[in-house]
Write a protein that binds this ligand. Structure first.
Ligand code: PLP
Length: 370
């Protein structure tokens, strides 16, 4: 008799659905039997600009050291981040992507009998890391697609250890302002760690989005997570970071894998962080592309959820799955979000002007077919 290794998995894991990534370009190219270069992928909120030339150069320099383990403490990157973020070195935790930070938080602070609070339509990794450690996920209904912070406060109980909030949120693009955040942080019980996920914060500069770092000093139960995967254009390398009190950072470091960020990623992140031109160009492209997509949706009579990220959720006014399939046949990959409770929406990552045009043309064609 062999064991039933599904039934033997811990209950939270049995109930998990694996994360569904955007469809890879090569996979669609094989299916359509066309060259991958003819495919447009606007599905994973990746930076369409290509990596910073300075990051690429740093990686080439680092190649000579591939036989060595990376610096497990990430000293150079932490030093730069601490300086940039106005915190001490011991407040920085490096992650293999910011998803790693989310997982470290869950492993350190959640367990069976405890719970994490997050919003409906929130990032899919929150339920995964929560259930993976056997904790309960308390999902709070969204308000106008965004986080209902007062309702999230109400959902917190004595067994809550973590609240995940994203500003802006993915896949909705919704955001909250400084006042709402401050009120929330004031009212969250001191035993609850608030994880403020700012994966897209670099795109929101100059807007009414608060900078989570401004709240770190006042709220010792706050952790801000950020990433090099989006505006810094290094998604493949997997680098993210958390900023918190030294105590929380110390706890996360205890459960962290010793060499969780590889040396190419460390070198590239240091270089990208110092490439101000690249970041400015990323922002400029995103702003222009967002306007292009909104104008296209307007012309098609479609509504959308206003977004502060590098992506936008468009409402097709009908079940989106067939339109997604139709777009695939046109060589355009976007992201269906039915698994986020949004069956009528598609999430489109802002691409280069030509990519946005290709998408809008394909969408027009697919919608016209009905
Ligand atoms: C993309 C994204 C992340 C970042 O993931 P990485 O692991 O850093 O690549 C984190 N949170 C949200 C909400 C995201 O959309």
């Amino acid at each position: 008799m062999s064991g039933d290794f599904l039934a033997l998995a811990q209950p939270g894991v049995q109930q998990l659905s694996p994360y569904v990534p955007g469809k890879p370009v090569d996979e669609l190219a094989r299916e359509l039997d066309i060259d991958p270069s003819r495919i447009v992928k606007l599905a994973s909120n990746e930076n369409p600009l290509g990596a910073s030339p300075r990051a690429l150069a740093a990686i080439r320099d680092e190649l000579a050291e591939l036989t060595r383990y990376p610096d497990g403490n990430g000293f150079a990157l932490k030093t730069l981040l601490a300086e940039r973020c106005g915190v001490e070195l011991d407040q920085v935790t490096l992650g293999n992507g910011s998803n790693d930070i989310l997982e470290l938080v869950a492993r350190a602070y959640l367990a069976p009998g405890l719970n994490a609070v997050f919003s409906e339509h929130a990032f899919a990794v929150y339920p995964i890391v929560t259930q993976a450690v056997g904790a309960d996920a308390r999902v709070v209904p969204a308000k106008a697609w965004g986080h209902d912070l007062p309702a999230m406060l109400q959902a917190i109980d004595a067994n809550t250890r973590v609240v995940f909030i994203a500003n802006p949120n993915n896949p909705t693009g919704t955001w909250f302002g400084a006042e709402a955040l401050d009120e929330f942080l004031q009212d969250v019980p001191a035993h609850v760690l608030v994880v403020l996920d700012e994966a897209y914060i670099e795109y929101a500069e100059g807007s009414d989005l608060p900078d989570g770092l401004d709240f770190l000093a006042a709220y010792p139960n706050l952790l801000v997570s950020r990433t090099f995967s989006k505006a810094y254009g290094l998604a493949a390398l997997r680098v993210g970071y958390g900023l918190s009190t030294p105590v929380v950072a110390d706890v996360l470091n205890r459960v962290r894998q010793p060499f969780n960020v590889n040396s190419l990623a460390l070198a590239a992140a240091c270089a990208a962080l110092q490439d101000a031109d690249y970041l400015a160009e990323s922002r400029r492209l995103n702003e222009a592309g967002m306007q292009q997509l909104e104008a296209g949706f307007l012309a098609l009579g479609l509504s959308w959820i206003p977004s502060k990220g590098n992506f936008i959720a468009v409402d097709l006014g009908q079940v989106a799955a067939p339109v997604f399939q139709g777009l695939l046949r046109e060589g355009v990959i976007v992201r269906p979000v039915a698994n986020y409770g949004m069956p009528n929406h598609l999430r489109i990552t802002v691409g280069l002007p030509a990519e946005n045009s290709r998408f809008l043309e394909a969408l027009t064609k697919v919608l016209a077919r009905g």
